[in-house]
Design a protein around this ligand. Structure first.
Ligand code: NOJ
Length: 557
């Protein structure tokens, strides 16, 4: 929080994945009381806000992104009273709290969907979801060719009350996540109430899940070429054009113009509340000029910068994605955001050293080609984060990256829980490897995740060495690197600064000045001579004034 600026323009927002952050009751599943107990550690790290992935009532078929009651807490995570305690304590520590809103779909166990199943074709209740008749002589074929992001078809046929095969419903994700019909005013009304419920409780904002998917093209046309279903829902099925300039033709279920009316309406609602409450879009759309539509002045405040996340560790690519981001978001008066990891992607301490293409959401496992060298991966991750935290705007961190956690590659097959793993017949490993409960104390059960040995995904034994209590106070640890970067970022006002590129360091180096700090990132292998200026931060220990490969420094300008 700097000066009089709205906090979200400069904030470092730390993503908590409640299942895996801290477990207060020892059942192996993280919970709200666990989060509360660890808030002081986050204050010490120096973040401005937390974003919590879903903790709502849910059958947990997609780790809580399948919501059965938007206004209550799943008993796995605690109670509304636990939420209030967590919120108050976060606020007391000066930490804002953003919650996850999942409006594209509900759980199939949500009472609205159960009522829709019971009420039958043509009913008001079915009109809240995307029910359609099938094709073929007996309606035995799905209404169109859309595929689920998690693999397999995007339609499931129901059995009607009389036992006959009936209509089909759309689910862009798992079968247990039916899409709502956002053309229906009743649905819009319900979500206004849900937003108000959490705003009244005092939350500082919402991260909006699948914010590019809520409106589908009229008539639900087939999509050609058929999507691979591989990306987390970008306009294209591959990672390819992270910073392309031409928008690819959007799939009929992504990035339809109608979504923007929804966010204008929500913005008006947020504006009626005191304080700066925010909306942050999860919109896997490209290029960045399209993403910027989500953050026009009367819509959302922030949108995740997935083009940045998808950029390889390469100076030229970083230079262009940073320019493209600042230009696209700047053009609509929004801050750029930056992000390297979240609960859907391979952790960047592994991803940046992958040697083969890996589509978002596919994950990595023992049989993945081109598995990362962990030493190279961590080194690049430290350098990449040091670069990111020097950029103007708002940055997102994902729990555990401050400890340098890698992706867990060798989870036993029977421990995996991501629907992607099941829907692709184990062809895609999915996202469990970035969701393993994080280590706090080397010598405690479950490495301090909770008071028992239990943890819903098994933790690697090597994680003892990465526990927070081992790293704290060690100047070479990743935790201390993050803590220092966040402190300097604040002290030098980098989040409100500007990027001024510096030439002359060679093709493998990205170098810029931001205010009174010079940032030099060497993405290659050849050492580079450093100019004068006190060394404020270095992602690796330096030997003299030479910057080795895969290292970033901050110098006093
Ligand atoms: C994006 C979320 O981040 C992901 O975890 C979830 O599976 C899908 N949306 C569906 O809600």
């Amino acid at each position: 929080m700097t000066g009089n600026t709205e906090w979200w323009r400069t904030a470092v927002i730390y993503q908590i994945y409640p299942r895996s952050f801290a477990d207060a009751n020892g059942d192996g599943m993280g919970d709200l009381a666990g989060i509360t107990s660890r808030l002081p550690a986050l204050e010490q790290l120096g973040i401005d806000a937390i974003w919590l992935s879903p903790f709502y009532t849910s059958p947990q078929r997609d780790a809580g992104y399948d919501v059965a009651d938007y206004c209550d807490i799943d008993p796995l995570f605690g109670t509304l009273a636990d939420f209030d305690v967590m919120l108050t304590q976060a606020h007391d520590l000066g930490i804002r709290v953003i919650v996850d809103l999942v409006p594209n779909h509900t759980s199939s166990e949500h009472p609205w969907f159960q009522a829709a199943l019971a009420a039958g074709p043509g009913s008001e209740e079915r009109g809240r979801y995307m029910f359609r008749e099938g094709k073929g002589d007996n309606g035995e074929l799905p209404p169109n060719n859309w595929e689920s992001v998690f693999g397999g078809g995007a339609w499931t046929r129901v059995t009607e009350a009389d036992g006959t095969p009936g209509q089909w419903y759309l689910h862009l994700f798992d079968t247990t996540q039916p899409d709502l019909d956002w053309d229906n005013p009743w649905v819009r009304e319900q979500f206004r109430d849900i937003l108000s419920f959490w705003l009244d409780r005092g939350v500082d904002g919402f991260r909006v899940d699948v914010a590019h998917g809520m409106i589908k093209a009229a008539g639900l046309p087939d999509y050609f070429p058929p999507v691979e279903g591989g990306s987390m829902g970008g306009g294209s099925a591959t990672l390819e054009p992270a910073i392309s300039t031409e928008p690819p033709a959007p799939a009929p279920y992504w990035a339809q113009d109608g979504v923007h009316d929804i966010y204008r309406d929500w913005r008006e609602l947020l504006n009626t509340y005191p304080g700066d409450r925010i909306l942050a879009a999860e919109a896997w759309v490209d290029p960045l000029s399209q993403v910027a539509k989500w953050v026009r002045p009367d819509e959302m405040h922030q949108a995740f910068n997935f083009a940045y996340l998808e950029t390889p560790w390469n100076a030229a690519a970083l230079h262009s994605v940073i320019d493209a981001s600042l230009e696209a978001f700047g053009a609509v008066g929004a801050p750029s955001t930056w992000v390297l990891s979240n609960h859907d992607v391979v952790r960047h301490a592994s991803r940046l050293a992958l040697t083969a293409e890996n589509l978002q959401g596919h994950g990595i496992g023992p049989k993945t080609p081109g598995l990362p060298d962990p030493v190279v991966g961590l080194r690049r991750a430290r350098a990449a984060t040091s670069l990111m935290l020097a950029l103007p705007g708002s940055s997102y961190l994902y729990q555990g990256e401050e400890l340098g956690l890698p992706e867990v590659i060798d989870l036993p097959d029977d421990a995996r829980q991501d629907p992607t793993w099941f829907r692709t017949n184990h062809e895609r490993y999915g996202r469990d490897g970035c969701r393993v409960p994080i280590p706090w104390e080397a010598n405690s059960p479950s490495y301090g995740f909770g008071p028992s040995e239990q943890s819903w995904l098994p933790q690697p034994t090597e994680w003892a060495d990465l526990a927070r209590d081992v790293q704290i106070g060690d100047p070479n640890s990743t935790l201390e690197l993050y803590t220092l970067a966040l402190k300097l970022r604040r002290e030098h006002n980098l989040a409100l600064g500007a990027v001024e590129w510096l030439d002359g360091y060679g093709a493998d180096v990205a170098a810029f000045r931001n205010g009174d700090v010079i940032v030099i990132a060497n993405t290659g292998t050849e050492p580079v001579d450093l100019p004068g200026g006190d060394i404020l931060l270095s992602s690796e220990p330096l030997d003299g004034r030479v910057l080795p490969g895969d290292t970033t420094v901050w110098l006093a300008a």
